[in-house]
Write a protein that binds this ligand. Structure first.
Ligand SMILES: [Zn+2]
Length: 59
């Protein structure tokens, strides 16, 4: 899927909660990965005992 299409489908809410940011960045890192996950989000994922997904780097 093109990054463009993914971003059109999965928009970050305008005033996202931390949960929404974590969910968005988890999905984004796997599906798109056009930019690095912020460290605050990585730390939050680790705090929740989840694995930080490897960034899917676009070609
Ligand atoms: Zn992206």
């Amino acid at each position: 899927m093109l990054n463009r299409d993914w971003h059109k489908t999965y928009r970050m809410p305008e005033h996202p909660t931390l949960d929404q940011r974590v969910d968005w960045h988890l999905a984004h890192a796997i599906a798109c990965g056009c930019r690095e996950m912020p460290d605050t989000i990585k730390r939050e994922i680790e705090k929740r005992g989840l694995a930080v997904p490897e960034r899917n780097r676009p070609n």
